[in-house]
Design a protein around this ligand. Structure first.
Ligand code: 0L1
Ligand code: MG
Length: 262
């Protein structure tokens, strides 16, 4: 690691304040160009610790940058992981307050809920499907705390992969009975189709994203516990939203999820 514990904590406080005060900040690698991957995840861990200390509950895990569309959009090559909070959850069909956000974008995602713990290394799609209770449609609202959504991968990992809000809805489906690779997704903004995709957009199969998460955690001696909600990453590129916008996403066999920005 390139940074000491005091600097890690200071940067986590800085990013937490940017989120809670919804103000943009410059990417942290501008001031700390030598920050390495371990530092980036250590800052994310410290950010989680700060939130836990003030009573926030961790509601799930997420993978990000798992589709080629998103990797291309962001100019990066590797997926990243982060965590979901209790305060980030918005009810399906509910309202998302713009006043608590900076410059939100929306992604359609396929979420998994585990019924057994998953651990790596060596976790694969088969193990994920066997350990999945059900899959469910989701929307993620990402809101980078960085100026104009401009960042590098290490900065975005520290910023909990831009996690802000999420919606889980539609109807749950059986991961084994569904053809998740070919599952079609249509995203509409204010009644107009803005993106279409299929499950294969996420690493070839969305269960591969969960396997990758288990393997990433396994490298740290951690696992995905039973009963965990996991967002597997956007199947399309992220769509910018403004006050008044309504997002509705339809998932083949799994119903739809919607959100209004107010
Ligand atoms: O969930 C995501 O794919 C977001 C990853 C972080 C990059 C971004 O803010 O788009
Ligand atoms: Mg996402």
């Amino acid at each position: 690691m390139a940074l000491d514990a005091t600097t890690i904590q200071k940067l986590a406080v800085h990013l937490d304040e940017a989120e809670t005060q919804h103000k943009e900040v410059v990417k942290i690698t501008d001031a700390y160009p030598d920050l390495d991957w371990d530092d980036a995840y250590a800052i994310q861990d410290a950010l989680r610790g700060i939130k836990l200390a003030r009573g926030v509950r961790i509601a799930g895990l997420k993978m990000g940058l798992t589709s080629h569309a998103k990797m291309k959009q962001m100019g990066v090559v590797d997926p990243v992981r982060g965590f979901l909070t209790d305060y980030g959850m918005v009810a399906d069909g509910g309202e998302c307050e713009m006043s608590g956000l900076i410059h939100p974008k929306v992604e359609a995602e396929i979420a998994f809920v585990t019924k057994r713990a998953l651990s790596g290394p060596g976790c694969h799609i088969g193990a994920v499907l066997a350990a999945t209770d059900f899959v469910v449609p989701a929307l993620e609202v990402i809101d980078s705390r960085y100026l104009d959504f401009k960042f590098d991968l290490k900065s975005v990992i520290a910023d909990n992969t831009s996690a802000a809000r999420y919606v889980v809805g539609g109807s749950g489906g059986n991961a084994i009975g569904l053809d998740l690779k070919n599952l079609g997704v249509v995203m509409e903004k204010n009644g107009e189709v803005v993106a279409t995709a299929s499950g294969a957009a996420v690493l070839g199969h969305p269960a591969q994203s969960v396997a990758m998460l288990a393997n990433m955690l396994g490298a740290r001696g951690e696992e995905i516990p039973a009963g965990t909600l996991i967002l597997t990453g956007g199947v399309t590129e992220a769509v910018a939203v403004a006050k008044g916008d309504v997002i509705n996403v339809r998932y083949q066999h799994l119903g739809s999820v919607s959100l209004r920005f107010v």
